[in-house]
Ligand binder design. Sequence first.
Ligand code: AMP
Length: 197
Amino acid sequence: MLRALLLAPPGAGKGTQGERLSEHYGVPHLATGDALRRHVAEGSEIGAQAGAYMERGELVPDRLVLELVLHLLSEPEPLEGFILDGFPRTLNQAKTAFQWGKANGRTFHAVISLDVPEDELVRRLLERGAAQGRIDDSDDTIRNRLRVYDEFTEPLLDFYRERGILVEVDGEGPVEDVGARLRAQVDRLYPGSDASA
Ligand code: AMP
């Protein structure tokens, strides 16, 4: 089963494409942002600590995110396939994820990056903020999230490029077209990728 990560700036379409990949390959879509928002809404211990970082558009500390993700991936037993969306976002998270994969015989097949110009990202995020009322889709917070992406997350592309599992896809244009480009690239890296197999 496919194990893939989606690594792209906010507004690039991770959520939309993550859902589509999940359906196509028949594996769960795990989005750390969604999981964190659920924790905040439920008022859990993790949520209580994470909420303030999220509102400011900053990264939630690794300690909390890793607790959450390792639980999602490992309970009740290590997941065989998944699309992880929005994780890892720091080198420390990437290294821990890599160790988890090795230790559990579940290294990742593909890391997908979606390229979208910054102007277009800002436009999409402002539109989503107006439509969905996400508190972190406001002007200042958007700028901060893009800056945080450039500083902490973008360097991970090299980490995965060196491992030969990075696929870079043009994320502009109709959702269907981006999805088709993406699947074509994933299919090259993931041998068992015939969804009917
Ligand atoms: P997203 O929905 O992926 O844009 O995530 C929304 C917010 O959740 C981010 O701006 C961060 O504050 C937090 N978040 C999500 N995933 C992570 C992660 N892997 N590491 C740190 N913070 C995260």
